[in-house]
Design a protein. Sequence first.
Length: 217
Amino acid sequence: MATLLHIDSSVFPSGASASRAVADAFRTSWEEQHPEGTVIHRDLAANPVPHITADAHTAGFADPATHTPEQAAAFAERVKLIEELERADAVLIGAPMYNFAIPSTLKAWLDNVILMGRTAGTEDSKIKGTPVTVIASRGGAYGPGTPREGFEYVQTYLSAVFADVLGTDLEFIVPELTMAPQNPAMSDLVPLYEASRERALGDAATKAKSLAERLAA
């Protein structure tokens, strides 16, 4: 039975969050296809993980036998998050764009789970090749050819981390123009927003079904 690690980072609840809505569509399709599987849900907005500290950071490069009590305690929290990630057969991440980048809570989680010699920088990493699906929602449009293409730091950063550093099998689903229904200045873009949302919801359901079938085989 496969395990899905589902991480949300939006500060808004499901009814008001595009990333949560699309992630929920993915998870629902996954559970319908794989009802006996396990889903671990970590809501970083409701229960944020500790930001990396000097003790947590330096402990990752030191022999555990030499850890101070402070290092040992901080590193133990990192290991819990790393083991949770290592147990996952697939990972689903809601990553809305806030001020052109990911939420600080998601950055804190990444700082904890990226550990050289264990999840990164080694061919023996247990997460290498793990399918990771990121729901990269954004209020505007930042794709190639748009006026704000150069302000896109969510997909570029997460590609560097998950594909290049951690070696996972990364895919993005990008619901965009999510501010159009609330911003009168974007009213002409509402049809494009609605099309993007429907496409994202459909892609999420299809991707989850395909992935669940593959992992259950």
